[in-house]
Ligand binder design. Sequence first.
Ligand code: NAP
Length: 242
Amino acid sequence: MKYALVTGGSRGIGRAICAKLASMGYFILINYRSDEDSARKTLELVRQSGNDGQLMKFDVGSIHEVEGALGAWQEKHKDEYVEVLINNAGIRKDALLIWMENQQWEDVIRTNLDGFFYTTRCLLKEMLIRKYGRIVNVVSLSGLKGLPGQMNYSAAKAGIIGATKALAQEVGKKNVTVNAVAPGYIRTDMTKDLDEKELKKNIPLNRFGLPEEVAETVCFLASEKASYITGEVISVNGGLYT
Ligand code: NAP
């Protein structure tokens, strides 16, 4: 059995990644924080793709929850390991810096950046021992370009981009690749408050993207086909200038 963990797999881009990885033959560990009904729907989709999975509830921003859940899984699966890790869980809490509250800064950094660190550190050791691993981090156009009103989110995603490049150099010799995918505007719960009609005027492909269009790139990087790509950031943004 080959295992993949997708953080934030209950909805949006994470759900599309779970379904695609299942169709590639993976058993999917579907992480979520609170929305169990949506996570169950993802599990149904995974099963429809011809494979199986399990729900894994934990807050990626809590070291205790991450180590508790993943440690318990490893304890039960002593001869197996998670060979694909998709760090996808993320939130945004937008405000101009001048008005930004400590909580908005801390929540966004904790979920996006700390979450990447805790989850990756937990699973990396087995990948290094087995000399095979794929880590794909879902970042954002906001982390490449910087977007006003998203200073916290831009900082978190830019932080993961730097970490992606550094970690790729640390673990390349052990055949573990680390890459990032930077979506532009994608139709999910995260963007449902945005004015697509107005914003799409700046997008050469003239529309928001679909979660499945991001999942294609993520899952390519997670596959054996991407064996000579590491430390890269690939944009999936309909041509938005970065
Ligand atoms: P979404 O529809 O809002 O889904 C977010 C997912 O993350 C949910 O599964 C949620 O779980 C999970 N999550 C949030 N906080 C978590 C935590 N502390 N621990 C564990 N899971 C947590 O978002 P999305 O649009 O699919 O975004 C997915 C990723 O793409 C994020 O990293 C986001 O920053 C990035 N991104 C999105 C866009 C876009 O336009 N949508 C653009 C660029 C980048 P629950 O269901 O339990 O709440």
